[in-house]
Structure formats: structure tokens, C-alpha cells
Design a protein around this ligand. Structure first.
Ligand code: GLN
Length: 227
């Protein structure tokens, strides 16, 4: 049972899927839409996938950017996925595919002014348009968790999850690539040697969409940060 109050950024993108997963795990999920919503106490925050340029613009316009940045920098447990990873990244390379856009639209798409609290460099839409969406199986690098019993990440015979590595299902949708990790960030999930999820203190971020697959390990790691 979770009994935590978790804010899910709900200005754009895949927030409903995260909220329903958190509720299934027994948490209270509250949608964050305006500055007032981040003024109430939260145990954690989720930044969903979607379009990072739109999300960063709406974060600024709603007045949530500054307060959220302060909360995350002060150690509020945070889970960012896909566009949410881009919002957290200290450095963002590449504007994505700007073909067919006029100058004003291209400039808007190029600009992501995010939270910049996570010491990684990401490049947007790095997996290209043709291969924009795909499924793969990754490796959990985060070690065992005290809560690793039951669920997709654990062997059915009761052995520890670390004894029998269960692949992490990964769904990528026009995903950013994690190009470089600063000294504070460590790999949490890899795919063929490429880091696809990281942890830096109480910040977790993934290039993929854990809300679309049945594996709860990333969510459980997130909830453990709230103890
Ligand atoms: N391509 C999007 C961006 O650059 C991210 C895609 C996603 O969140 N599924 O913001």
C-alpha cells in the first residue's frame, strides 16, 4: 500500500496513464495544472511523456516552472519519462525533425526551457522518425529493492530479482537518447549498452514509457524514495 500523494504534471501528454498506474499501486494521484496545485504538499511528482516544447511552454505560462524546479532541486522524489526526461535534463541537444515547419514554428519547436535539475545530456527524437516507435527489452541495472516480491520484476520461485535477471519491457515513442551522464547520475536501465533510464538522488528518468508496460520496478523504486 502506497498512501502517498503524488502530483502528475497534467498540462499535456500521457498523464492519465501514469495517474491510473499510481492509483493501482495504492497512491493518491493529483493532476498538476496550475501554480496553486504545486503549492500543496506532495510526496512525489511525475513528469509524463508528450511534447517537451509544449510542456515547457505551458510550465512557464502556468507559473509552475519555478516552484517545481525548486521542489525537485530540494529533493522531492521525481519520475520523468520521455518528454519528462527532456524537461529534467540539464542539457538538451537537437530540436528534432523540423522539416516542413516555417521559421516561427521551427524556432518554437527548437526551444525547450525545462527544469534542468538532472545532470544528463539528451538529444531529442534521436531514434529518428522511421524507427520512432518500437518495443525492446532492456536490463535492470538498479539492483534489488526491498519491495521486490511479486510483480513482473521477480522470479516466480521466490528467488531475489537480482538472481534471475528479468528483462525490462521498453516502449519507445520518438524517444530522446541519453548521450552523457554527469557524475551524479547512474544507469538504472540499459539497452544493448545504451543507458535508457537513470537515477540521480531522488530523480528518476527514463527515455521509454513505463506506464505502457506491466513492469513496476521503476514505479517501485520511485515510491521507495518516499520512505
Ligand atoms: N519527441 C518528444 C519530445 O521531443 C518526446 C516523445 C515522448 O514523450 N513520447 O518532446
Amino acid at each position: 500500500m502506497c498512501r502517498r500523494r503524488i502530483g502528475v504534471l497534467a498540462v499535456q501528454g500521457a498523464f492519465a496513464e501514469h495517474a491510473s498506474r499510481l492509483r493501482r499501486l495504492g497512491c493518491e494521484a493529483v493532476e498538476l495544472r496550475r501554480a496553486d496545485d504545486v503549492a500543496h504538499p506532495l510526496d512525489g511528482v511525475v513528469l509524463p511523456g508528450g511534447e517537451s516544447t509544449t510542456q515547457s511552454r505551458l510550465l512557464r505560462e502556468t507559473g509552475m516552472l519555478g516552484p517545481l524546479r525548486a521542489l525537485i532541486a530540494a529533493g522531492l522524489p521525481t519520475l520523468g519519462t520521455c518528454a519528462g526526461l527532456i524537461l529534467l535534463a540539464a542539457r538538451v541537444e537537437g530540436a528534432g525533425d523540423l522539416r516542413g515547419l516555417d521559421a516561427a514554428a521551427a524556432a518554437g519547436r527548437a526551444a525547450v526551457e525545462g527544469l534542468r535539475t538532472l545532470d544528463v545530456t539528451v538529444s531529442r527524437n534521436a531514434y529518428g522518425r522511421q524507427l520512432g516507435s518500437f518495443h525492446a527489452e532492456g536490463t535492470w541495472e538498479g539492483g534489488a529493492s526491498p519491495d521486490d516480491h511479486g510483480g513482473a520484476g521477480t522470479a516466480t520461485d521466490g528467488r531475489a530479482a537480482s538472481a534471475v535477471p528479468v528483462p525490462v519491457p521498453l516502449t519507445f515513442i520518438r524517444a530522446p537518447r541519453i548521450e552523457r551522464l554527469g557524475p551524479g547520475a547512474r544507469p538504472l536501465v540499459t539497452l544493448g549498452g545504451q543507458v535508457v533510464a537513470v537515477q540521480q538522488d531522488a530523480q528518476l528518468a527514463a527515455a521509454f514509457h513505463p506506464e505502457l508496460d506491466g513492469d513496476d520496478r521503476l514505479y517501485r523504486r520511485f515510491l521507495e524514495l518516499m520512505r
